[in-house]
Ligand binder design. Structure first.
Ligand code: BJW
Ligand code: ZN
Length: 239
């Protein structure tokens, strides 16, 4: 089967990386309990105080690069699923970390961007960014100073590769949603899309029922590092 029409589409969120040491957003101890999303995850927040926004993402980038932060059993299981079903799995992640890739995932879309990349607001160039960003930094492509920003999607901005995602949702047979609270659109609407357009079987794997829990045919609740390997083993056994 062609990579652009995988029969399994997987959506992941912050919960899959929690056991790797990265914080979720909306849990009790989550990121939004410490900072206001309006201040750090909107274009208006960046325009008002770019230094604060750079500081927020610089700290998260350093956290991601900490030796202790590694892919967990859930990331590894999804990579094994892709290896067991070549060209038949598309992973769409809302996460900006690189733990899926580090586990071996290849067919992946980062719909909310990537923490280890930066973008120039002036010329649109996107490049690798393993170090801190600042308002003093010049763009390697156009030389402009002051326009560098994290390559992430903030509220009010269009998520990335939506055409490819909707095309895959329209053709999939199985839709898995893992570690996401279902609060943020358009990702929260993917389950309805997969059901309505593709008549796909839909499964939620999460610590607790998400906002859209009633839309799933099947749900398995528990930590991702145990429920995801268990579910993937069953899928691969069926082949
Ligand atoms: C575990 C676990 C363990 C914990 N194991 N599980 C009114 C109605 C509808 C929509 C809108 C509206 N007003 C505005 C909108 C649109 C807006 C939106 O959705 N707002 C809502 C808040 C209402 N969306 C946008 O603006 C988006 N753009 C857009 O809509 O463009 C127009 C468009 C329309 C139609 C089609 C296409 C485009 C952009 C959204 C950008 C989101 N950006 C962020 C921050 C940037 C990246 C970053 O800094 O990291 O992305 S916000 C933040 O939330 C981040 C995440 O990717 C995203 C989702 O969070 P996620 O992953 O679900 O995390 P949590 O914390 O919410 O949930 C974690 C879950 O894991 C929980 O359920 C836990 O139980 C679980 N868990 N431990 C398993 N061990
Ligand atoms: Zn530039």
């Amino acid at each position: 089967m062609a990579p652009e029409s995988p029969s399994i589409v997987i959506l992941t969120g912050a919960g899959i990386s929690k056991e790797s040491g990265l914080d979720t957003f909306r849990d009790k101890d989550g990121i939004w309990s410490r900072v206001r999303l309006e201040d750090v995850a909107t274009p208006a927040g960046f325009a008002a105080d770019p230094r604060r926004v750079h500081g927020f993402y610089n700290a998260r980038r350093r956290g991601l690069l900490d030796d202790a932060v590694r892919p967990n059993a859930a990331h590894r299981a999804l990579a094994e699923l892709e290896q067991g079903r070549p060209d038949d799995v598309l992973l769409v992640t809302q996460n900006i970390d690189n733990l899926h890739e580090r586990a071996g995932q290849r067919n992946i879309i980062h719909m909310h961007g990537e923490l280890l990349k930066a973008r120039c607001a002036a010329c649109g160039a996107v490049g690798e960014c393993p170090d801190d960003l600042s308002v003093e930094l010049a763009c390697a492509a156009c030389g402009g100073v002051g326009g560098m920003r994290p390559h992430v999607v903030w509220f009010g901005e269009m998520p990335l590769e939506m055409d490819r995602i909707y095309a895959a949702l329209a053709a999939c047979r199985l839709f898995l949603s893992i570690g996401t609270s279902g609060n943020v659109y358009p990702a929260a609407g993917f389950v309805a899309e997969a059901r309505k357009v593709a008549r796909a079987h839909t499964v939620e794997l999460n610590l607790e029922p998400s906002e859209g829990a009633s839309l799933f045919h099947e749900a398995i609740y528990g930590p991702a590092s145990s429920v995801v390997p268990g579910y993937v083993a069953k899928l691969l056994d069926r082949d």
